[in-house]
Ligand binder design. Structure first.
Ligand SMILES: NC(=O)c1ccc[n+]([C@@H]2O[C@H](COP(=O)([O-])OP(=O)(O)OC[C@H]3O[C@@H](n4cnc5c(N)ncnc54)[C@H](O)[C@@H]3O)[C@@H](O)[C@H]2O)c1
Length: 335
């Protein structure tokens, strides 16, 4: 499949390398408004077609896949344009800011008859495999309580050539850490519990008086058969990652790359440390792209990624509304 990458910053550049490790995806073009970023793409692969926008790229080329790696504010608009042009779309997180925006995009993909697929790469991470295995074969039983705690001293910065601090600009990012890292935690929770939460409660530490940029957030999701706490910060004194899942018969804890499974008499310790340590996790991409191509080949499965996009947006939308209301418990609605 011929792939056009739209947005050639940190994620886009990582993607160019990651496609080389996949079957069936060949990057042929890059669109980015920044001339230095287009120059960088040509430095890495002089055979690429480069254009300043997706519209200009689509005038000259019909890629099979448009892979959107721009900042979030442009995701929905770029995805809709690519779908209408007849391309399948792989889109970085967050695909949409609200349930309403997600629903419109899902409708657009249905009308266009093309796949809309979220780059939910943490679903293909060793952490997620470890949590899944603990449930299916590790003996902890059905998930009951999950805790995801991600602490950072600051937000991740983007490429210097564009707007490196866009993550702290709500006009570009749509929110703060909840939309940025929280998106990963929410789709992981949706997959582990296999259901939409019934209620969400969230409190936030806001960086602005308009309450649009959360730099720390604490979210509690109540599922019919359990709960998940998502505790995120960009103002921590330390950098740490914790994923813990417990069931009736045991628990698994992944702390900074070390996984400990405790179920009955069993205690297993495993190292999951990333070989590259890269913040863009390109080593998880091949498995995600294999799932993307399998899904693209089978239109009857296209509802699965569409639902995940809608449900993830619905939960985050409800969490922001709860936080804005000072931690009010709110129901989560998504069709
Ligand atoms: N899934 C992950 O693990 C992961 C990791 C990093 C980033 N991301 C996501 O990737 C996206 C980009 O983040 P980043 O860190 O690469 O940012 P970045 O600032 O490094 O790069 C953004 C690039 O997009 C370009 N751009 C700006 N407006 C554009 C437009 N309208 N059309 C096309 N390109 C445009 C900029 O010129 C820049 O080159 C975000 O959605 C982010 O959440 C995901």
């Amino acid at each position: 499949m011929k792939v056009g990458i739209v947005g050639f910053g940190t994620a886009g550049e990582a993607r160019l390398g990651a496609y080389r490790g996949t079957d069936g995806g060949r990057v042929v073009a890059v669109a980015d408004p920044s001339q230095p970023r287009r120059d960088r793409a040509l430095e890495l692969d002089p055979s690429l077609m480069t254009r300043p926008s997706l519209a200009a790229l689509l005038e000259d080329l019909s890629p099979d896949v448009v892979d959107i790696c721009s900042p979030p504010a442009y995701h929905a608009e770029l995805a809709a344009a690519a779908l209408r042009a007849g391309c399948h779309v792989l889109c970085e997180k967050p695909v949409a800011f609200t349930d309403r925006e997600a629903a419109a995009l899902v409708d657009c993909s249905a009308v266009a008859g093309r796949l809309l697929y979220p780059a939910h790469n943490y679903a293909f991470s060793p952490m997620m495999s470890t949590l899944n295995e603990a449930v299916t074969s590790g003996g902890i039983g059905s998930p009951m309580v999950a805790t995801f705690q991600i602490k950072r001293p600051a937000h991740a910065r983007g490429v210097a050539a564009w707007a490196p601090d866009w993550r702290r600009d709500p006009a570009q990012a749509g929110g703060g850490i909840l939309l940025d890292h929280g998106t990963h935690c929410v789709y992981m929770a949706l997959r582990l519990f296999g259901q939409l939460p019934t209620t969400v409660v969230a409190t936030a530490q806001w960086a602005d008086s308009a309450q649009r940029m959360d730099e720390a957030v604490d979210v509690w999701l109540a599922f019919p058969a359990g709960s998940c706490r998502i505790d995120l910060s960009w103002t921590s004194t330390v950098r740490s990652n914790l994923y813990r899942l417990s069931g009736p018969d045991g628990s698994v804890t992944v702390r900074d790359g070390e996984a400990v499974l405790a179920a009955g008499a069993v205690r297993q310790v495993r190292q999951l440390t990333s070989p590259t340590g890269s913040s863009t996790h390109e080593e998880w991409f091949a498995a995600m792209f294999a799932d993307f191509t399998r899904t693209a080949d089978c239109p009857s499965t296209w509802d699965r990624p569409r639902q995940e996009i809608r449900r993830t947006a619905a939960v985050i939308d409800a969490a922001y509304r709860s936080a804005a209301a000072g931690g009010a418990p709110l129901p989560v609605r998504a069709s």
